[in-house]
Design a protein around this ligand. Structure first.
Ligand code: EPZ
Length: 422
């Protein structure tokens, strides 16, 4: 299995342009089967999760052409509404195809994703919402067989938690439903506003996306359009953390700097100077980071769960003690055991991690258990004394485009090896 070999203690310095957002692209790819005609998505990151979504589209009968960062999906030939078990298992978030297929065909057949490395991840909110829009869902042996005998009808949906995926599925299913759908306690993540913006440009009538209450007036027809995917706010934080822990200086070309606001304060508390300018932001790290105190992960615009592992690495080499409270997923501290192998002093109890900064980490053989925990181990390796070998990097390839190339250009010594024999 492939691994990264990283020789640490090289400063991360220079300028980079952040990739397109994985979590923005995935619902847009699902949307491309809902809308008729040719969707052209530019700024599409080259990632295994994106390939998995493209494979589903092809399986459903869409014509998919990828040219660099442009993905073109022609859905006119789409005929299938059932996604095979094996394709569903390639990527957990393929559940977002549920709303799109119901909207397009009035039918969908998918595999229910189980729990994963970061938690139980039930889909009860998705299913409840689809049912209140008129879907009949039969759950048989892990397969979801869904139909809408009377068609989809607008209704009021109050989410008990602002789930990102459930909100996306509601938008996709409701925009061609009959009448008005009101979503209360909707997720406010930027990916929701982006999906709504795309759908509106295709002819949908969605108001309030990005806020807690969204109104969707069903329309008869949606026609594909071109869209540029926004940059990845989570990947941006990973590269910022890489510069921070190595005492580096990074200029990040990032067009939507307001998306980084939830993370700016803890970075500044560590002593990093962050200066916005017309192209993005500039981060200058101090010689030694300071503690950031406490972060609590929350739905947007709170501190993102996807960035807590990066901050935990920063706290591991900072002066003083910091605390991370994970409020979104049950099992997002799997990276802690690996960081301890590198010398980090971290105690965890349930959803709380208390991190005492040790100043310096040491290279070790570590394994990624999930995407963000894995990229945080790479960040840790960049500032560690000696060599780190990181296994399980297929998780990192799900969300970071050519991470080793990006980091090499910024001064890191990182190599991908198909096998490491010591
Ligand atoms: C999205 O996952 C992202 N994935 C995640 O990024 C991100 O961490 C998460 O939102 C929170 O920001 C994609 O966009 C593809 P949720 P999603 O539904 O939609 C519980 C990454 O590393 N819940 O908001 O699955 C759930 O178990 C990934 O890029 C229910 O209980 O997140 C979790 O505890 C990881 N029932 C919480 O809500 C449901 O029906 C938040 O989940 C749905 C969710």
């Amino acid at each position: 299995m492939a691994c990264f070999v990283i020789n640490g203690q090289r400063k991360i310095e220079g300028e980079m342009t952040v990739q397109g957002a994985k979590n923005g692209a995935l619902p847009l790819l699902a949307a491309s089967v809902l809308v008729r005609g040719k969707t052209v998505l530019s700024g599409c990151p080259q990632l295994t999760d994106i390939t998995a979504a493209a494979n589903i589209l092809t399986y459903l009968g869409c014509k998919v052409i990828t040219d660099g960062d442009v993905m073109c999906v022609d859905s006119d030939s789409a005929a299938g509404f059932a996604v095979s078990d094996s394709l569903m298992h390639e990527m957990r978030s393929s559940i977002v195809f549920l709303g799109a297929l119901l909207g397009r065909f009035g039918k969908a057949e998918l595999t229910a994703p189980g729990g994963c490395e970061i938690g139980l991840r039930p889909i009860d909110l998705h299913l409840e919402a689809m049912r209140s829009l008129g879907a009949v869902i039969d759950e048989k042996g892990g397969r979801l067989v869904c139909s809408c005998p009377g068609g989809l009808k607008g209704t009021r949906i109050s989410l008990s938690f602002p789930s990102v995926g459930a909100t996306e599925n509601i938008l996709l299913a409701a925009c061609t439903a009959k009448g008005e759908t009101l979503v209360v306690n909707a997720a406010r993540e930027p990916e929701i506003a982006e999906l709504a913006c795309f759908l509106n440009r295709c002819g949908a009538d969605i108001r309030g996306a990005g806020e807690s209450v969204i109104r969707i007036n069903g329309v008869k027809k949606l026609t594909a359009c071109e869209h540029r995917i926004r940059q990845d706010r989570i990947a941006a934080v990973t590269y910022m953390a890489a510069a921070a822990v190595t005492g580096g200086k990074l200029r990040l070309n990032f067009s939507d700097t307001e998306l980084l606001m939830p993370v700016i304060e803890p970075f500044e508390k560590t002593g990093c100077q962050i200066t916005p300018d017309e192209k993005g932001i500039c981060l200058k790290a101090p010689e030694r980071l300071k503690k950031f105190g406490m972060i609590r992960t929350m739905p947007y615009p709170g501190f993102p769960t996807d960035s807590q592992a990066d901050l935990a690495v920063m706290a591991s080499v900072a002066q003083g003690t910091s605390t991370v409270v994970e409020n979104i997923f049950e099992n997002r501290f799997k990276y802690v055991g690996e960081l301890r192998k590198m010398g980090a002093q971290i105690r965890t109890e349930n959803r709380v991690a208390v991190i005492e900064g040790v100043g310096r980490l040491s290279g070790a053989r570590v394994v990624s258990h999930d995407l963000r925990g894995g990229s945080a181990l790479v960040v840790a390796a960049l500032c560690s004394e000696g060599t780190t070998v990181a296994d399980g990097i297929h998780h990192i390839d799900r969300g970071y485009e050519k991470i080793e190339k990006q980091l090499t250009e910024l001064g890191a010594e990182i190599y991908r090896k198909e096998q490491y024999d010591g």
